[in-house]
Design a binder for this molecule. Structure first.
Ligand SMILES: CC(C)(COP(=O)(O)OP(=O)(O)OC[C@H]1O[C@@H](n2cnc3c(N)ncnc32)[C@H](O)[C@@H]1OP(=O)(O)O)[C@@H](O)C(=O)NCCC(=O)NCCS
Length: 229
């Protein structure tokens, strides 16, 4: 798989039992460590989502690296960010309930996050604790569903930024200040370094928010299950 005008490919898939991903094919793609981790889930629901998400990530990477999915040399950073050190390729994934999203680029470090709008969270309480004053002011100017949806757009924008550098939650969400225009995140005011760009992703049939952040400007090509099975 090559990159054309767009420098970043985003894939999405149903990683639930009703989706198109074959559980066995995904299982066969996993490393021994991933199989062991899958074995530690208590419920099939969560184990199967894990197997499909990680198997699908490997099948996608296989199309870029021209290598069998089970041989992709994925390593893990000390805070959990997966990476490949032997090739100039960057990737990340996120899952929320039955939705898995996957991002691949050759341009630089990248992070992606997806959250469903119907996830049960205390929007007002969480935003008071984890959002910046400017973000809270924007939220206060909306009500009902619009406020809830903006909350999740901001959440995914923050998590995508945390995942770019692999810091995860070690990067305090209050230290990520997201600029909002017309009810959607458009860029990061903070942190200033490393400079990251933001793109929100509108996925068909997805009742949720999805954001991509990169250490370059992601020009997105949204793909469905180009790698099926
Ligand atoms: C990264 C993090 C924000 C993910 O948030 P989440 O909404 O729960 O999960 P998502 O579905 O969006 O993403 C999970 C995927 O992102 C990737 N990922 C995991 N850690 C990551 C990190 N630090 N940076 C980037 N990507 C990461 C993995 O592929 C992971 O899939 P898996 O959980 O099935 O292995 C959160 O788990 C986190 O902060 N982890 C860091 C924990 C940490 O600091 N540990 C310190 C140990 S010393």
């Amino acid at each position: 798989m090559e990159f054309d005008r767009e420098n970043t490919h985003v894939y999405y898939a149903d990683i639930g039992e009703e989706g198109d991903l074959d559980l066995n094919r995904c299982w066969m793609a996993l490393s021994d460590a991933e199989k062991a981790r899958a074995g530690r889930f208590r419920f099939d629901l969560h184990r199967h989502r894990y197997v499909r998400a990680h198997g699908q990530m490997r099948h996608i990477l296989a199309t870029y690296l021209d290598a069998p999915a089970d041989r992709i040399p994925i390593e893990t950073g000390h805070r959990g960010k997966p990476f490949i050190s032997t090739e100039k390729i960057y990737f990340n994934m996120s899952h929320s309930a039955d939705t898995g999203v996957f991002v691949v680029t050759r341009s630089g470090e990248i992070g992606i996050d997806v959250e469903m709008f119907d996830r049960k969270v205390e929007v007002d309480d969480l935003s008071r604790h984890y959002y910046t004053p400017s973000e809270q002011a924007h939220l206060a100017s909306f009500d009902g569903n619009n406020r809830r949806e903006l909350f999740f757009w901001l959440w995914t924008a923050k998590e995508a930024r945390m995942k770019v550098t692999g810091e995860g939650l070690a990067l305090d969400p209050r230290h990520i200040d997201v600029e909002i225009v017309a009810g959607k995140p458009v860029s990061y005011r903070l942190p200033e370094r490393p400079k990251a760009s933001l793109a929100h992703v509108v996925l068909p049939e997805l009742a949720g928010a999805c954001s991509v952040a990169g250490l370059f400007t992601p020009l997105l090509d949204i793909k469905t299950l180009a790698v099926s099975g």
